[in-house]
Design a protein around this ligand. Structure first.
Ligand code: APR
Length: 320
């Protein structure tokens, strides 16, 4: 059986890391696409040359021609510009919306059967626009944010408790931004919910509150340190986990920016929710019952996403 084909639209910091991870994990053959001439070709060749040393079998190709993504099983989109210090994700909206239009048209023409994972920010609005521009079914177009946000939360929690990151699970909801909603009562250490760990005296509520805030600011913390761009290792790992769940029909339960209609009282909006990812794309949106405070935080997050979607409609009439 032929290997799956993974198209990476955008061959910058995240795109290059995605290509390396996909090859090392032997998820399939990789096509790196970018408008910058030489960048995708150079990265593809460089990674391919690590193949004999690492011992992976994957063909890597760099291109500036959308025709080369033809028949891709998965497309991961990072095309666009990243943040600089002092910028919010929302500041990228105007530039990256135009990029989503050309990317959506390229995917529609050459890879209409792909599972599409968007990483470009501001995430919830960009994945919404990408689905519209590409015309692909909503269950096949998804945004990567929750796995990354939960990963950051898990990392900080593991440091606080002094336990393996593998034994910490975390639950986040809402948009990928300052309004994201980390849910403490569904976040656990080996199944013990965080509020119980506070009662047991293993940590304090103040410390947990600080960790939640650091998680919300996780992207900005990295931007502030790097100064020339935004995070790329953890975002790439997170998207690869989603791609693998699709390609191997793993039915993983992962938080993603998915199209939600009906669940959570929403009438068709991309926002971060727990989902099941398998061979059909987003196979299920898990509709959990929120308490009053959680609902208020979620509503605030939904309003922020709606504001960005309205701003997109204002910029591009075809989206209205
Ligand atoms: N089509 C294809 N590629 C494009 C286009 C386009 N229209 N416009 C820009 N690009 C390419 C750039 O040439 C660059 O190589 O997208 C790549 C982006 O790479 P980086 O600038 O290194 O950004 P990166 O860190 O990978 O982040 C990409 O993901 O997390 C988000 O906020 C981040 O929106 C940003 C995106």
């Amino acid at each position: 059986m032929a290997r799956p084909k993974i198209a990476l639209i955008g061959a910058g910091q995240i795109g290059g890391t995605l290509a390396h991870l996909a090859a090392m994990k032997e998820l399939g053959d990789v096509v790196l696409f970018d408008i910058s001439e030489g960048t995708p070709q150079g990265k593809a060749l460089d990674i391919a040359e690590s193949g004999p040393v690492e011992g992976f079998d994957a063909v890597l190709k760099g291109t500036n021609d959308y025709a080369d993504i033809a028949g891709a099983d998965v497309c991961i989109v990072t095309a666009g510009v990243p943040r600089k210090p002092g910028m919010s994700r929302d500041d990228l909206l105007g530039i990256n919306l135009k990029v989503m239009k050309s990317v959506g048209e390229g995917i529609k023409a050459h890879a209409p059967n792909a599972f599409v994972i968007c990483i470009t920010n501001p995430l919830d609005a960009m994945v919404w626009a990408l689905q519209k521009f590409s015309g692909l079914p909503a269950e096949k177009v998804v945004g990567m944010a929750g796995v990354l946000d939960a990963g950051r939360f898990r990392h900080f929690l593991s440091l606080e408790f002094g336990v393996s990151m593998r034994d910490v699970s975390a639950f986040v909801l809402g948009g990928h931004g300052d309004t994201m909603v980390p849910l403490a009562r569904y976040s656990t250490v080996a199944g013990i919910p965080l509020p119980d760990l506070v009662k047991m005296g293993w940590t304090t509520q103040d410390k947990l509150d600080a960790i939640v805030q650091r998680t919300r600011d996780g992207g900005a913390e990295i931007v502030g340190l790097l100064k020339t761009g935004s995070a790329f290792y953890a975002p790439a790992s997170s998207a690869i986990e989603m791609a693998e769940a699709y390609l191997k029909d793993q039915k993983r339960v992962l938080p993603c920016a998915a199209f939600v209609k009906g669940a959570y009282g929403l009438d068709g909006l991309y926002v971060g929710v727990p989902t099941v990812i398998g061979a059909n794309g987003i196979e299920k949106v898990i509709d959990i019952k929120l308490d009053k405070d959680e609902q208020a935080m979620f509503d605030k997050s939904v309003d922020a996403v709606k504001g960005l979607v309205e701003a997109c409609k204002g910029i591009d009439n075809s989206l209205a």
